[in-house]
Every structure is written in structure tokens, then in C-alpha cells.
Ligand binder design. Structure first.
Ligand code: MF3
Ligand code: CO
Ligand code: CO
Length: 255
């Protein structure tokens, strides 16, 4: 069942979204060559806890850290590690979920570490723009398939590959709720959007193939050819008018 949030619940969702978004901004500010992904995770953990919230990812299905941090070919679910050092030219996907007052906010951003290759730049721009193409369709009366199709069409028109194995989702009391929000599909299909629904739109886009592999750590998801991958995510509320981005911050500026 798809939950429709009351005005009061939406206030809690806004609070959670703002903390998740702030943690992502803090991660971007702290990110520098030479640091480990474990250190970056600690920045995120401390930010969330200092705001009275809880990092929802910590312990989720046994996940051992507060954020997922995925470098270069790693797409999602990278486990922060003291041994994983970030270098100039890397792209680093950071995915943060925070819970406060029983509600969750979830967002992700692929950061550039210093100057990145032209190929990386184009992949990141396309994936972020695809997120906003999806968000544009997140209006009452549309269907989930309208969002999915917008993301897919945008990325494929630029020669990239949509990962189908992992998808966006509804969000609220649980980090993952109904409905599924795939990054591929047909316009006009799927559940109809109504005001008060809250969903996560999260394009996961590969440079050279749609396939992914799971690493032996059982979490880290990588581009199957070892080429680059990118991930951007926002938590959105469907309203009577424009989509409301609950995880909006200074970070996200589509061109
Ligand atoms: N935040 C992720 C998402 O966008 C889920 C992370 S679950 C974890 O759905 F266990 F890997 F942290
Ligand atoms: Co997420
Ligand atoms: Co999500």
C-alpha cells in the first residue's frame, strides 16, 4: 500500500529531508584527496547525530556504516573503509538517509574530487539532469511510469545505460516503502501520483553497460565493465502544484 502523508507527517518529512541534505553538504565540504571513505562517513555520522537524528543506513540489513560511499566504478552501497583513500580526479557517490521523529529523508550526490575527466563530467551532468527530468514529472495525476520514462529517455539519449537491478522507492516511516520507482519504464503506466505521496527518485547510471556486479563484501555494487557510474537522489513530496524537493540544498544545480 502506498501511504499518503498528512500535513503533520509532511512536516516531519521536511525535517528529516533537511538533515539528510545538510549531511550531504557537510560531506561535500569535507571531501578532499588523501582522506579515507571511513573519515567521510564519520563526518556524516556526526552531522546527523548532532541534529538529534539517526543515520537510517547504520544497521539496515546489516549495513555497517552511516552512509554508502562509492568511488568511480562503484555505483552504490560502498562500505566506508579506512583502507579506501580518495584521490584527485575521483568521482565519489555519497548516499545519506536520516531519520527523525519517526520519518526518513534520503538523498545522494556524486561529487567530483578536484578536476575530473571530461567523460566523468558528462556522466555526472547527465545523471543529475536526469534526476530533475524525473522530478518534473512528479506531479499529481501523472503515473510513476512518467517519472521512470523521463529518466530513462534522458540518459539513453546521451548514450548511457540505466541500471535496472536497483530502483527508487516510496519513503516515510520506513526508508523503503511502496511504490517502486524504477529508472526505466513506460510513460502512462504504474501507480497514479496523488498529493501527500513521498518518493525517492534516484537515477543509477552506468558509462558502458546496464549490468552491475556485487563485490565479495556482499554490498558494493559496481559497473560490470569497471567503467564509471553515477547516482543522484532526492526525496520528493507530491503536492497540489509543483513537486516539493524535501532534500533540497545548495548542492543540486542542474545546468
Ligand atoms: N539510501 C539507499 C537508497 O537510496 C539505501 C541504503 S541501504 C544501506 O535506497 F543499507 F545500504 F545503507
Ligand atoms: Co539513498
Ligand atoms: Co533511496
Amino acid at each position: 500500500m502506498i501511504s499518503v502523508k498528512s500535513a503533520k507527517e509532511l512536516e516531519a518529512m521536511k525535517k528529516a529531508g533537511a538533515i539528510a541534505a545538510g549531511a550531504l553538504v557537510a560531506a561535500g565540504e569535507a571531501l578532499k584527496p588523501g582522506m579515507s571513505t571511513w573519515e567521510l562517513d564519520k563526518v556524516i555520522h556526526d552531522y546527523i547525530v548532532s541534529r538529534g537524528a539517526r543515520p537510517s543506513s547504520l544497521g539496515y540489513g546489516g549495513f555497517p556504516a552511516s552512509a554508502c560511499i562509492s568511488v568511480n566504478a562503484e555505483l552504490i552501497h560502498g562500505i566506508p573503509s579506512k583502507k579506501k583513500i580518495i584521490h584527485e580526479g575521483d568521482i565519489v557517490s555519497v548516499d545519506v538517509t536520516a531519520e527523525i521523529d519517526g520519518y526518513n529523508g534520503d538523498n545522494a550526490y556524486t561529487f567530483r574530487v578536484g578536476k575530473v575527466s571530461d567523460e566523468a563530467e558528462r556522466l555526472l551532468n547527465t545523471t543529475e539532469e536526469a534526476l530533475y527530468e524525473g522530478i518534473k514529472m512528479a506531479v499529481a495525476g501523472n503515473r510513476i511510469g512518467d517519472i521512470s520514462n523521463a529518466v530513462q529517455t534522458y540518459c539513453e539519449s546521451r548514450g548511457y545505460f540505466v541500471v535496472e537491478r536497483f530502483i527508487g522507492h516510496g519513503i516515510g516511516r520506513e526508508m523503503h516503502e511502496a511504490p517502486d520507482v524504477p529508472n526505466f519504464g513506460r510513460a502512462g503506466r504504474g501507480p497514479r501520483l496523488v498529493p501527500g505521496m513521498t518518493i525517492c527518485i534516484e537515477p543509477m547510471i552506468n558509462q558502458s553497460c546496464a549490468q552491475v556486479q556485487i563485490m565479495p563484501d556482499k554490498w558494493t555494487v559496481v559497473e560490470a565493465n569497471g567503467n564509471l557510474s553515477a547516482h543522484y537522489e532526492h526525496t520528493i513530496a507530491i503536492t497540489d502544484g509543483e513537486p516539493l524537493i524535501l532534500t533540497k540544498s545548495s548542492l543540486h544545480h542542474p545546468k
